[in-house]
Ligand binder design. Sequence first.
Ligand code: PEP
Ligand code: MN
Length: 345
Amino acid sequence: MIIILNSEISDTQLDALISHVEQAGMQTHLSKGTFRTIVGLIGDESKVSSDQLRTFPGVEDVVPVLPPYKLASLEAHPQPSIVNVAGVAVGGSNLAMIAGPCSVETEERMHSIARSIKAAGANILRGGAYKPRTSPYSFQGLGPEGLEFLRDAGREVGLPTVTEITDVRNIEITAEHADVLQVGARNMQNFVLLRELGRVKNPILLKRGMSATIEDLLMSAEYVLSQGNPDVILCERGIKGFDTITRNVYDVAAVPSVKTLSHLPIIVDPSHATGKPDLIPHCAYAGIAAGADGVHIEVHDCPQEAKSDGPQALLPEQYAEVMNQMRAVASVFNKSISESTGAIA
Ligand code: PEP
Ligand code: MN
């Protein structure tokens, strides 16, 4: 951490500042320039609060040198992490191809969509059993029954599953039924939930909040990592903007940005980012070209009957077409799309 002082700071004020820092157990290094004096802090930065330092008279700014997230940072782990989802590697040279309906609806539909996305080459099946809806009157998900339908459909086609967790009270049952637990955009900063998910064995798919910065996303990942769960997969799913042409603003630059800051794998979700089937294919290819470790796409066999996110769903045959193109784009970047080996990590 570096403290920048203003030119009017008195010796007494400087002494007070330095003794505050040294009493906290850190060393200081003073560097006096013609117009500015700066104090470098040496030692464990967590011992002092930058907000407290900013309140000292004569302090102009406090600049962190290290990122506030530690375990999520590249400094802590210079090699990219690979998360093992029941035999599917997320990260490294393999791409996670996650597909399925927004909500789990009926048993038959879950199985038939699972069969179609498996045939297209997806390697992880999705479906929401607990839905975080803007309106309390909208379909909230089938709950435990939905978890069973998803699990059985995944088993039938041999694909691991991912489903959203919205409430700490459902962690146990959800962790028993699904391989990956998804934290949706609306819960990205539900810190109580994140801490609890740090204590489960399942990998966590952490979606970026709609108004979250990349640093916010990495700080949320840090909550999970700090409790001992190393398996976090990040997801760029679009952020709020002013243009209504797309549902959200697809921040594809978040992908290479995260790669410069963190070892965690990151996938893209062009379905929620754009909200429009016509825009999904090229945004999916762009995600792979940007270095994403996977692509998450919602697929439904009859969008007219979908209980949520029907307007953005791809039909199974459209998904199969996009998968073919994604395979081609992946090969340009020396990535492949492996099938699940079914082996539990
Ligand atoms: C979803 O995956 O269906 C979902 C609700 O996503 P998000 O949290 O990104 O809106
Ligand atoms: Mn959805």
